[in-house]
Design a protein. Sequence first.
Length: 143
Amino acid sequence: MFNNLLKLFIFFGFFGLFVEIFFTAIKKIVNNDRRKWELKGETYLWMFPIYGLIGFYYPIYNYFISINMFLVFRLLIGTFFIYLIEYISGYLLCKIIGNCPWDYSLDSYYNIHGLVRLDYFFYWVAFMFFIEQIFNYITIYLY
């Protein structure tokens, strides 16, 4: 059991980093300069354990959320938990290291204390959809 949770932690840690680097690269092209197709994304080393927590969080989430529940409701509940984890981890990083590596207060009016961006809602819903699909696929091989 612990071995499988460790595998999930490592897998989702790397998966989250990959998605974040890809997302920030595409976002830079769309927002800044469409002529430069460098695809330079960015992330923070702190994000590996934060995304890795999905490996622990998702089995609990999946246990309490009925599989028979409509997909839209599952995604909304999952997105709420993503926002909650992003806020708590950002808050803890502010307290531990003195600042949060991501500061949304300058980028968006739709932020809560600079720790979460509400205008990223649909991106997080899509991310939750992929998490659900990937988790259902890989757990066939783990359990």
